[in-house]
Every structure is written in structure tokens, then in C-alpha cells.
Design a protein around this ligand. Sequence first.
Ligand SMILES: [Zn+2]
Length: 244
Amino acid sequence: MVLTPNLQSAMQSVVQQLISLQQVDNRVAAVQKKIDVIPRETKKRRAELDALLRTRDELQHAIDEAEHENRDFEIKVQGLDAAITRQEQHRDQSSNASTFTAAQHQIEYLKQDKEQIQNEQLELMDRIEGLTPRLEAATSAANAKQLEFDAYVAEAKKLDAELRAKRDVIAKEREQFAAAVPAASMELYRGLFQQWDGSAVVPQENGYCSGCYTKLTPNDRARLMARSSLVTCNSCGRILYDPT
Ligand SMILES: [Zn+2]
């Protein structure tokens, strides 16, 4: 087959357009990768913040519970004090020894109960005392993280908008290369770009496909040199071109 210079230059132009397209698509992909990082990073930071907030809330809850328990004890102590006072009146007004002794015993029981509750109150106070500095530390850690997170979110929002704008500008550039590529070649290129992660069109190097390092057949080498048709690697399927 005798090749007309027109066919040669048309095919060369398609390959040239595909190479340019691949460059642009890789720039878009690089920007997209940066865009995709943002929600992942935000989620990670959110989880860190949530963990600190949870710790703070758990400590606060433990202190609230201890204080609540302490108030209950307080009320019990007040009740016991009132009962002791009543029994003391009984005792002091008793007309015989047995009522005196009975009241005295009651007073002792009540005082034992009160003492037991007051011991539990002391334990509660110790617990609260131990938890309070931990709550303070957890609160300031959570506050610092919250500030950091808010600053990150504001930054990320700006960065995201910038990257999207950049991506859109590059995507516009893409159109001028894409327009000249025939539909079938475009479809082939798209599939390869996906499959080979941005390396759909590769140069031959010393008779090898530089994508997968498989040796080209003499026939494919001849077709590449002739620049008259789209040549693909027999092994990986990538579109080949001759860089010389
Ligand atoms: Zn190959």
C-alpha cells in the first residue's frame, strides 16, 4: 500500500492529539487526587476531634454522677440527723430505763449509718478531686483541637474551591485536543487511560513497548515507522508511537 502524505499526517496528528490529551488528563487526574484527599482528611480530623470530645464528655458525666450521688447522700445525712435529734429527744424525755436504752441504741445505729454514708461521701470527694484535673486537661485538649479543626475546615474549603476551578480550566483545555480525535480512537484511549492509570499512549523504545517492555513484532515496528495507522501493543494494548 502506498501511503499518501495526507493519511500519514492525519494519523500522526491523531497520535499527537492523544499524547496532548493524555498530558492534560494526567494534570486533571493529579488535581482530582488533591480534591479527593480533602474529604478523607476532614473525616480523619473529625474523628480525632470527636474522640477528644467524647473523652471530655465522659469525664464530665462521671463528675456529674458523683456529684449527684453526693447530693443524695447529703439528703440521707440530713434525714439521719433529724432522726438522731428525734431519738435524742425521746431519750432525754424517757421516763424509764428501757425506753432510755432503746433510744440510745437507735441513736448509735443511726450514727453508724451516718458515719458509713460520710465515709462513702469522702470516697466520692476523692473521686471528684481525681477527675477534675483530668476534665480540665481533656477540655483544653478538645478546645485546642476544635480550633485547629475549624481552621482546617476553612482552609480546606478554600483549597477545594481553588482546585475545582483549576480542574475546570484544564478540562476546558482538554476540549481542543479531544475535538480532533475520532470517536473510535477516543474510546480506545479512554479505556486504556483508566486501565493503565494515565498511561494509555507510550513511546516505543528500541523496538519495545515502554509500557510493558514487550518486544514489538517486525510488522508493528514497520507500521509504527510508516505512521499510517494506530498501532497498539500486542501484550498490554497501549497505543504506541515512535518518538524519533
Ligand atoms: Zn505493552
